[in-house]
Ligand binder design. Structure first.
Ligand code: HEC
Ligand code: HEC
Length: 198
């Protein structure tokens, strides 16, 4: 009996974990620290030069995911030189506070996707949701993200320049045409936005 109760308590704890894992911090402190970030992330349609693609929108993005992303730049699992450099200057609490500020109110599902999802999206919905809103705080929201950034990200996973055990597998199975269709679909959903100097 006690054993069964322990198992039940344990599984409830595991179920509750994603919620408990949500980062805690001070978005107001993050506002000040984010000053250096706005030069790129605070300008609508700002482009990365080489290769040429849009700087990702961070407004409405999950803070937990952004902290993980910053750690991945620092650990070189993601390649971008400026982001690698900046991430090493930030303490974990700085990353958390900036991420909470950038997130603002996390984007939420409208419950009615725009247009029809391409068939290739069937495997993606389990984590990124029907309309591209990540179903857990650690899954990125894709809804409303720049299409060319999404394409860049999927191609980077496919060729291993961006390392993530889950996404390297899924992206490896996609053709260029699949990537174009998926990026077009998710970018046309309602969700992420460019955080201006709030
Ligand atoms: C010189 C322009 C530039 C500046 C300044 C900059 N970023 Fe970035 N950032 C980028 C680009 C370009 C990417 C996409 C790189 C890639 O393909 O991985 C990116 C990616 C990110 C991501 C990952 C987004 C995602 O969807 O995966 C986060 C989080 C982020 N930046 C946070 C910050 C923070 C916090 C700062 C300030 C401390 C900052 N950035 C400053 C250009 C910049
Ligand atoms: C099992 C859960 C899961 C599934 C299924 C999944 N993803 Fe992901 N996806 C993730 C996680 C976790 C990340 C963040 C990985 C990282 O840190 O780089 C991610 C990252 C991404 C990113 C990068 C977002 C950004 O802001 O940089 C894109 C684009 C993406 N996924 C698209 C897809 C597509 C398209 C599919 C379906 C073919 C898919 N994913 C299936 C979990 C999943």
């Amino acid at each position: 009996m006690a054993f069964i109760r322990a198992v039940v308590v344990l599984s409830l704890t595991i179920l509750a974990l994603p919620v408990m894992a949500q980062v805690q911090g001070d978005a107001e402190r993050g506002r000040k620290l984010a000053y250096t970030c706005h030069g790129c992330h605070g300008i609508e349609n700002y482009k990365n030069a080489y290769p040429n693609y849009s700087v990702p929108k961070l407004g409405g993005q999950h803070a937990d995911y952004m902290v993980a992303a910053l750690n991945e730049y620092e650990g070189k699992a993601r390649w971008h030189p400026t982001m690698q450099g900046l991430s090493t200057t930030l303490a974990l609490q700085d990353k958390i506070d900036i991420a909470l500020f950038m997130q603002g109110e996390a984007a939420e599902s409208t419950g009615s996707p725009v247009g029809t999802a391409p068939p290739q999206a069937a495997t993606c919905v389990a984590c990124h949701g029907q309309d591209g809103i990540g179903i857990l705080p650690e899954y990125p929201t894709l809804a409303g993200q720049h299409a060319d950034y999404l394409e860049q990200a999927l191609k980077d996973y496919r060729k291993g320049r961006r390392q993530n055990a889950i996404m390297n597998g899924f992206a490896g199975a996609l053709t260029d045409a699949d990537i174009k269709a998926l990026a077009a679909y998710y970018s046309s959903q309602k969700g992420l936005y460019t955080p201006t100097k709030r």
